[in-house]
Every structure is written in C-alpha cells, then in structure tokens.
Design a binder for this molecule. Structure first.
Ligand SMILES: N[C@@H](CCC(=O)N[C@@H](CS)C(=O)NCC(=O)O)C(=O)O
Length: 245
C-alpha cells in the first residue's frame, strides 16, 4: 500500500488499536477491495468538526459519526456511515476496473433489528471497558466519551445493570440475536470468500477484543463451538493495510 498513491482517505477513531465496530466494517471493506488508502485517526471531539467540514456545515449532530471516507479521485466525494460507505466503494471501485466486488452489502439490512439489539447488549457490556482501554488517553476522547455517554445513561461503571446486570444475561441475549451467524457458519469451514455480512459480524468481535481481551475470548466461545473461529479465519486476511493496527 505504502508505494501506491492513496485513492481513499479513511477517518477512523484514535486509540491504541482500531476498535470502533463501524470503523472496522469500513477498514475490512477497503482492504477487501484492495483500494490504496490512507488512514487519519480522529479524537472523539474532532468527529463533529470533521463531519461539518467534509460533509456539510449543517450536518445533523446525531449523524456526526465515524467512519468517514473521502474518495480522492474525481469526482471527489466524502461520506460517513459504514454501510452506505461500502455501497459507495462498490460503485466507485468496480470489478471492471479490477477491484473485487464486496458481496451482500444489502443483506446486512435484513438483520437490522437483531443487529441493533445485539449491539445494544454488547454496548452496555463493554462501554466502561472502551472508556478504560480503547480510547486515546491524551487527546480529549476519554473526557468527551464519559461526559456524553453519562448524559444518556448515567455512570459508565453501572452500564451493565441496564442489561440484566451480568455477563450471563448479556450472553443469553446475544445467543438469540446472533443465531443467524451460528446457522450460517455451521454450513461453512471458515476458508471461503468473506462477504460484507461476515465483516459486519466480525467487527463486533473486534470491538469487544479491543475493549477487553478476556471478554473477547469469552465471546468467541458464545456457542461453545467453532462459529467464531471460522468467522474470524475468514476475515483475517483483510485486517491490515496501513500499518496502523
Ligand atoms: N451507523 C453508523 C454508526 C457509527 C457510530 O456510531 N460511530 C461512533 C463510533 S463507533 C461515533 O462516531 N460516535 C460519535 C459520538 O458518539 O459522538 C455507522 O455504521 O457508521
């Protein structure tokens, strides 16, 4: 990648590791499509000004999120929101021009409800770990994260109480919401070509691992089988790309 001119600029969150699940989806998508890119790490407080600069000065507060990408070739375009970003990458970097088509981007919308519930369960389970371990300690992200999250749901230390108060309760919820993944992986051996659905599911694992590696290990064994081993084997070749991991 380093020797090629970047065609995309990818805005990810700062922190010791890539941790944001939404940013992982974009990272996987760009790597899968083999698009040369550069990565800019943003602090939490920098997300809104960056959206306003790149997307629109009146960009709604609730939609000020990373990932954001800029396509650096004419016509220049900037976009945020991971799934529309994946769609845009397929439109602009086509098979005809030698870029692999990322399959099943639309499909993720079919599981939107389960995904939302599963993300909610994981969110309350690991939010305090994200605060402690995943954020950059020196760029204002931690203060911003704590202040804004606590306005919504009170002290981060007590988030687990919002979801039944125990990891067991979280896992019971996840087992139900994620059953489509278990059923899908039961038909696979973990060596096939990944799709956007695989990247979507894997991004949740990466999120937990970066926040708390022990919780990540326990999540990998959610179903007591090889569901997650096969999933993570499939996506592994698409993790790197710009040396920032
Ligand atoms: N639907 C969005 C969600 C993105 C999202 O929630 N990003 C978080 C980081 S993981 C964010 O930018 N939050 C900004 C904030 O909370 O101020 C996507 O998939 O891109």
């Amino acid at each position: 990648m380093a020797s090629q001119e970047p065609l995309v600029r990818f805005y990810d969150l700062s922190g010791p590791k890539c941790w944001s699940p939404a940013c992982w989806r974009t990272r996987y998508a760009i790597n899968y499509k083999r698009i040369p890119y550069e990565c800019v790490k943003l602090s939490y407080p920098a997300i809104k000004p960056t959206c306003q600069k790149l997307l629109s000065p009146t960009w709604p507060d609730d939609d000020c999120t990373v990932p954001i990408i800029e396509i650096l070739q004419a016509p220049h375009v900037a976009k945020n929101d991971s799934t529309p970003i994946a769609e845009l990458l397929n439109e602009r970097f086509t098979e005809q021009d030698g870029y692999p088509d990322l399959k099943l981007v639309e499909e993720t919308k079919k599981h939107a409800r389960d995904t939302k519930l599963a993300n909610r369960a994981v969110y309350f389970w690991i939010c305090y770990d994200v605060y402690k371990n995943a954020l950059d300690p020196d760029d204002g992200s931690k203060e911003f994260f704590k202040r804004t999250r606590e306005l919504d749901h009170g002290p981060l230390e007590k988030y687990l109480e919002k979801m039944g108060g125990s990891e067991d309760a979280i896992f019971e919820e996840l087992k139900v919401q994620w059953v489509y993944l278990k059923e899908r992986m039961a038909k696979e051996d973990g060596t096939g070509e990944p799709t956007y659905v695989d990247f979507y599911d894997a991004s949740r694992i990466r999120w937990v691992e970066a926040a708390n590696s022990e919780k990540g290990k326990r999540l990998m064994n959610l179903y007591g089988d090889d569901t997650f081993i096969k999933l993570m084997n499939k996506v592994k070749p698409y993790e790197g790309g710009d040396g920032s991991l």
